[in-house]
Design a protein around this ligand. Structure first.
Ligand code: NAD
Length: 324
């Protein structure tokens, strides 16, 4: 009998790729989201359009035939976006994502699902100085996240673990660092830095100038979608409890990120720094826990961008030609 997986947030970037991976791995998959994936057909066997802030809708997402239950639930649905969105939609994030997380774990416990995965974030950690030693997962406490998105993730981690303890459901929690790749949001205000910068470079002419928020020195690591999917599927089947960092340890400044995109695009690009939401100054996390499962990031930033930039450029070209 095929294993059954429910992917919440299956219309989104990571969720839609995760559905493809689970199908490749031989699962029967149901997706649930407010919307279908934007850029390609869903690979799910069954897809339900549901607002998962509502408990009855979480029940509908989990409903199967008599005596059946999901072996695995992947909870990736969230009111989510890049730093511009995180800093302007605090109430939506705190309310919508919390409601989804409260109701989904409650319904999953009631339905005695086999395992439960929650997508948390490196935003649960405090800001760091650029040369600070690596933070471990335990360093999320005492807590001082930089934004409300991080506080909501911490709460959601805790409520999932509380239900897991009571209902004896293995809860597995990944704390992702910035994830990027093809078929992610690239326009509209919710896009994250790698997609926004790929779009700006694609729109610019060779020798042109793009605007970049902040002074370009903020340090970040960016993880290609395939590495994140490896991490999710290894983690859910592991015995690792509590939050687990998943991110490539290749830290670059925002300006270095722009230079790598420009190199991949084969363009000479100048940067104009403008004021805008940037977030924390630096990140530096240990990956020892996920590496204990033999996880290893396989895709360098340059390689990941060479797979992502052409897709974003094709979207830019398509939207230009539809306007003319
Ligand atoms: P995404 O925005 O592409 O996907 C989230 C999906 O959730 C969207 O399709 C959205 O429609 C859906 N959703 C929102 N509200 C909903 C509701 N009320 N009911 C049902 N569905 C709803 O984001 P993503 O990049 O794929 O991120 C997936 C998860 O990973 C999120 O929980 C996010 O916080 C987390 N995460 C992502 C990153 C990253 O870099 N992408 C980093 C850290 C953590």
């Amino acid at each position: 009998m095929l294993k059954k997986a429910l992917v919440c947030g299956a219309g989104g970037f990571i969720g839609s790729h995760l559905v493809k991976r689970l199908k490749r791995d031989g699962y029967w998959v149901r997706g649930a989201d407010l919307k279908y994936p934007e850029f390609s057909e869903t690979a799910a066997d069954d897809f339900r359009i549901l607002d998962l802030r509502e408990l009855p809708n979480c029940e509908k997402a989990l409903a199967l035939g008599p005596g059946e239950r999901f072996d695995e639930v992947y909870q990736l649905a969230a009111d989510m976006g890049g730093m511009g969105f995180i800093q302007t939609a605090e109430c939506e994030i705190m309310r919508n994502s919390a409601l989804i997380n409260i109701n989904m774990i409650h319904a999953s416990a009631k339905n005695a699902v086999g395992r439960y995965f929650f997508s948390s974030s490196a935003c649960v950690y405090r800001d760091m100085a650029p040369d600070e030693l690596e933070l471990t997962e335990e360093d999320a406490y005492p807590s001082q996240p930089d934004n409300e998105y991080g506080w909501e993730k911490l709460y959601a981690e805790r409520i999932a673990m509380a239900y897991g303890r009571r209902s004896n459901i293995p809860i597995r929690i990944a704390r992702f660092q910035n994830c990027y790749g093809p078929e992610g949001t690239w326009l509209g205000g919710r896009e994250k830095a790698p997609a926004a910068l790929c779009r700006k470079v694609a729109e610019a002419s060779d020798g042109g100038t793009i605007e970049v928020w902040g002074d370009g020195t903020a340090m970040r690591a960016y993880t290609f979608i395939d590495d994140i999917l490896d991490g999710i599927t290894m983690l859910i089947h592991s015995n690792l409890e509590n939050g687990v960092n998943i991110g490539r340890q290749e830290y670059v400044s925002v300006d270095e990120l722009v230079r790598t995109v420009a190199e991949v695009a084969g363009k000479n690009i100048h940067i104009q720094h403008i004021s805008g939401p940037v977030g924390v100054k630096a990140r530096n996390f240990t990956n020892e826990r996920i590496k204990s499962l033999d996880w290893k990031s396989k895709i360098s930033l340059k390689e990941g961008l060479s797979r992502t930039y052409p897709w974003i450029k094709s979207q830019v070209d398509k939207s230009r030609s539809s306007r003319t």
